[in-house]
Design a protein around this ligand. Structure first.
Ligand SMILES: *Cc1c(COP(=O)(O)O)cnc(C)c1O
Length: 227
């Protein structure tokens, strides 16, 4: 089992390095192991193979795992946010990728103030998935970023997050990637500290890196099938 995970991590890491070379970027790509519905044992195996960034979708599950797992793990909250769970998220996560409402930002900021901590956030953008309610529209990004940067001092806005539309054709995916790059570039022109781009999962992380992704969120390819 341990060998298994170590071998998978090794091959994903190689694929990331190769894609980074193709992207001819000096950006380092952060590998986030998406550990939702994975056991603590699996997380600890991945940890002993060197991984430190883990992603979770459910606040309660995140809190339980954060309490039980090694303390130097950097937790990323990547799921839809329920406002009554923000305190749990603020207590445990270092990053929140799924900010798409001011109300959520406001409550997260308040929870972080109470804890005397700052948290890194990304704006989740919905660029091509009409069936999903998560994410703001591309044309709203600049205003939303301006508002976040103006009012919420315990939140550090670092960039954008996208979910891939796995049903899209290859051509449509490439068009979407170039729209994402354009949008991200226009944000970075105004807010240089928004250089992070969280894009790419098991199915598309190499293409995503070539398209400028600096954070990839990989679940099953890295850790095996979810329970
Ligand atoms: C589950 C999930 C992932 C990982 O998906 P895999 O296909 O297992 O790589 C990435 N991002 C988000 C937001 C997820 O919910």
């Amino acid at each position: 089992m341990h060998q298994d995970i170590a071998a998978r991590i090794h091959s994903v890491q190689q694929a990331i390095d190769l894609a980074s070379l193709k992207a001819s970027t000096t950006k380092t790509v952060t590998l986030i192991a998406v550990s939702k519905l994975q056991s603590q044992t699996t997380i600890e195996e991945a940890y002993s193979s060197g991984l430190r960034h883990f992603g979770e979708n459910y606040a309660q599950e995140l809190a339980q795992k954060a309490a039980a797992c090694p303390q130097d793990i950097v937790w990323h909250f990547i799921g839809p946010i329920q406002t009554n769970k923000l305190k749990l998220i603020a207590e445990t996560a270092s990053w929140v990728h799924s900010i798409d409402r001011i109300k959520v930002a406001k409550k997260l900021d308040a929870a972080c103030k109470d804890l005397n901590k700052t948290i890194s956030i990304l704006i989740q953008v919905n660029i091509d998935d009409e069936s999903s309610k998560s994410g703001i529209k591309p044309e709203e990004v600049i205003n939303f970023a301006t508002e976040l940067n103006t009012h919420y001092s315990n939140l550090k806005l670092k960039g954008l997050m996208f979910m891939p539309n796995i049903q899209a054709s290859d051509v449509d995916k490439l068009i979407t990637y170039s729209r994402i790059q354009e949008l991200h570039d226009s944000l970075v022109m105004i807010f240089p500290e928004c250089y992070e781009l969280s894009l790419g999962t098991s199915g598309d992380f190499q293409d995503a890196i070539v398209a400028g992704s600096s954070m990839v969120r990989i679940g099953e390819t890295l850790l095996g099938a979810r329970a």
